[in-house]
Design a protein around this ligand. Structure first.
Ligand code: SF4
Ligand code: SF4
Length: 121
């Protein structure tokens, strides 16, 4: 079961997880043209090997280790991780639409500093 990036990544997006992922399955990376336009980063669900290296690397505790452990408040972002495919314009737009809808629906969480947001999940 793949790991999931959730909302503390929004507004942080520092790519610390990308640097430690052994299979290069977190996108977009800083040197990819899609990086600037994306609201957050995404884990490719079929390429993730569940190694766990990204979890302690994330400075804002944005990554959960399975669908089951992802809190209910973050469930919409599971689908965003599922559909995102770097370089596929339609898939990227679909993921971003899910994230934008999530942001609009969770103004109270978005108002919290990303470093503190996970404690409110
Ligand atoms: S669990 Fe491992 S393989 Fe999966 S995204 Fe994190 S670092 Fe990459
Ligand atoms: S380390 Fe955390 S905040 Fe940084 S890009 Fe990865 S998931 Fe987002």
């Amino acid at each position: 079961m793949p790991f999931i990036i959730t909302d503390p990544c929004i507004g942080t997006k520092d790519t610390a997880c990308v640097d430690v992922c052994p299979v290069d399955c977190i996108h977009p990376k800083k040197d990819e043209p899609e990086f600037e336009q994306m609201t957050m980063l995404y884990i490719h669900p079929e390429e993730c090997i569940d190694c766990g290296a990204c979890v302690p690397a994330c400075p804002v505790t944005a990554i959960y280790d399975s669908h089951d452990s992802t809190p209910a408040s973050q469930k919409d972002l599971i689908e965003a991780n599922n559909v995102y495919r770097n370089g596929d314009a339609d898939a990227m737009a679909q993921a971003e639409a899910l994230v934008k809808a999530y942001v609009e629906a969770h103004a109270e969480l978005m108002a919290i500093d990303p470093k503190e947001r996970q404690t409110h999940h």
